[in-house]
Ligand binder design. Structure first.
Ligand SMILES: [Fe+2]
Ligand SMILES: [Fe+2]
Length: 137
């Protein structure tokens, strides 16, 4: 994959990390109901990790000679607690697919620093998905 393509993919990934931060924190504020407490704690904790992912991506983009985007991907506002968990589990599922695709496109030797960064983020996204799935039970 050439540099321009990597930059495009990383910048798109960055918009989805910003989306997750805003969406999860907003959901954490408006979550109501019997099980709201555990959902709020989970959302806030995951949002912090998404902020770290955004930082990793900004640094890799800049390191590659690009400019980190300030765009934010489409957010979803959900008020129902059950639906909220489902929507966010799906967001994590999408993130997993996206990062897997990026990894497949990277040349392991040439892009080792980016490969490792994405691999690290992907591991977190899998954990996030599992955390939301656990709340669904
Ligand atoms: Fe993330
Ligand atoms: Fe995530």
């Amino acid at each position: 994959m050439n540099k321009e393509e990597i930059l495009k993919d990383l910048n798109h990934a960055l918009t989805t990390e910003y989306q997750a931060v805003i969406q999860y924190l907003t959901h954490a504020t408006i979550a109501k109901g019997l099980d709201a407490d555990v959902v709020i704690t989970t959302l806030k904790h995951i949002a912090e990790e998404e902020m770290k992912h955004a930082e990793i991506l900004r640094e890799r983009i800049f390191w590659l000679g690009g400019t980190p985007t300030m765009d934010v991907d489409e957010r979803t506002l959900v008020k129902d607690l059950k639906k909220m968990i489902q929507v966010n589990a799906k967001a994590e599922e999408d993130a997993i697919e996206m990062y897997k695709k990026i990894l497949k496109k990277l040349n392991h030797i040439d892009d080792i620093k980016i490969y490792e960064a994405i691999e690290e983020i992907l591991e977190d996204e899998i954990e996030h998905w599992e955390e939301f799935k656990r709340l669904e039970e």
